[in-house]
Design a protein around this ligand. Sequence first.
Ligand SMILES: [Zn+2]
Ligand SMILES: [Zn+2]
Length: 375
Amino acid sequence: MATKRDYYDILGITRNATPEEIKKAYRKLAFEYHPDRNKNDGAEQTFKEINEAFEVLRDTDKRAAYDMFGHAAPGQGFGRGFEGFEFGGFGDIFDAFFGGGTGRGRRTGAQKGGDLHYSVSISFEEAVFGCEKELEIVRTERCSACHGSRSEPGTRPDTCSTCNGAGEVRRSQRSVFGQFINVAPCPHCNGEGIVINTPCRNCKGQGKQRMTRKILLKVPAGVDDGNQIRLSGEGDCGRNGGNPGNLLVTLSVRKHPQFERVGNDIVYELPVNFAQAALGDEIQIPGLEGDIPFRVPAGCQSGRVFRLKEKGVPNLRGYGRGDQLIRVHVVTPQALDAKQKKLFRDLAKMLGPASLPREEKSFFDKVKDTFGASN
Ligand SMILES: [Zn+2]
Ligand SMILES: [Zn+2]
């Protein structure tokens, strides 16, 4: 590594220059070597050196360590730290040094508010067709009196006298390894740089309050059990101007006495008696939007499934619907009276022994048909 130039030499000042002189010298040189202005070879390098020197000498602790140890000063590792110093934009640097805009230390980082989790029970039909539910939630909101400032309205927080508003305290410590500069959050103001002397009475200086709110939950058609609806920004309020969290509502869909849901299809188990199965029948069966006519074909076997297109659950994404499936159950009578028994015996003699019904083609057979395979 090339020999580093002395910071005082870089800025052209004496070792006992006052902070005001350091600043003045820096300002003059920084303008002179600013790469926007100075296109000479090496100007940018010089500009970096000037900034590095200023960054150390403007800081009382770093300057003291530099005076004592030169570039080898421990703790902050001046040389090391600056090698990774990225110049994102020169304007930013001027802002930081002269405008004092983004001062260091103060813990004023915005924090996002917490998410809230609720669950809501809705009926089968409400899930299918959508609904609106009024939800009562308890959440943390910004105090309505102080708007989160924590100070009683009309008063202002004071700058912390321990850290002068910096939010951090620096202590030089000597040990066998040399001098260390220990930077810690200010214990008096918890690193905030301000002290609230007149806390807001409404929130007792918390800046926030617990509120019970009624929220209108719009449940879209087609949701299913376990789906979660996210209401953006309806959670707990953030800190230091951070965004509020979200409200997450998990849906619990109650069972239907007659329908079972499989994805966007609904399944209805249709019981028919021997006569209906044998002779066929015109009946009404329950559908999602009321009864629908259904024809049981003559000779219908138990277990046969019929599909009514587009009579199922609307697609959550807004197009199309599932189907309603009807599965036929031929119910064998269990408690026959004498007359019924006689009729069945007569029927039995006429029908003779049963044989397995001619099976409908399986899915596999249909595929083979489609592709014209011979067997
Ligand atoms: Zn308040
Ligand atoms: Zn403080």
